[in-house]
Design a protein around this ligand. Structure first.
Ligand SMILES: [Zn+2]
Length: 177
């Protein structure tokens, strides 16, 4: 088994099939899609038994809906895929630490595990600013792992906001320093 895996190489180096990094790469591709649409680049995939059952990216601007975060949309898509609201045994991979709304939804959906890339010290609700997923009063606790492909997730986010600042500067000539 080990030697077979060694032969599976990709442009990123040795194969990381079925690892947290593998699924985070899928989430990153969805985040890039969000960025291309002018959305804050956050992507998410839901995985059960090694299979991606749902994919989503942030669509707040497109849907003009403050609740259209990648995690909410991926939970809705996953529920539709499995025909149940209970996400037993499901892991959600998301490029940025979920906010309070999304962390609450992950708890309510009974998601087993959430894996995120970039921590959010200001609003992250999986242990950074708040700990909604681990709050003892909740009916369910979600296992959390952060920092997976953090550099890639951070670069994507920083680049998006750098370009957004540039665009707004260009719109208002003479206001820059
Ligand atoms: Zn959110």
């Amino acid at each position: 088994m080990k030697s077979e895996r060694k032969n599976l190489t990709s442009v990123d180096g040795p194969a990381d099939l079925f690892t947290d990094e593998y699924y985070m790469r899928a989430a990153l591709r969805l985040a890039e899609r969000a960025a291309a649409d002018g959305e804050v680049p956050v992507g998410a995939v839901a995985v059960r038994d090694g299979v991606v059952i749902a994919k989503a990216w942030n669509q707040v601007e497109m849907l003009k809906d403050a609740t259209a975060h990648a995690e909410i949309l991926v939970l809705t898509a996953a529920s539709n895929a499995v025909g149940d609201w209970r996400m037993d045994g499901v892991t959600v991979f998301v490029t940025k630490e979920p906010c309070a709304m999304c962390a609450g939804a992950l708890v309510n959906a009974r998601v087993a595990r959430v894996v995120y890339g970039l921590a959010d010290p200001r609003c992250g609700a999986c242990g950074s600013a708040l700990d909604v997923t681990g709050f003892r009063g909740m009916l369910h606790n979600v296992e959390v792992k952060g920092g997976v492909l953090e550099p890639e997730c951070r670069t994507l986010m920083q680049e998006f906001f750098r370009q957004a600042r540039e665009r707004s500067r260009n719109r208002e000539p003479g206001t820059g320093k």
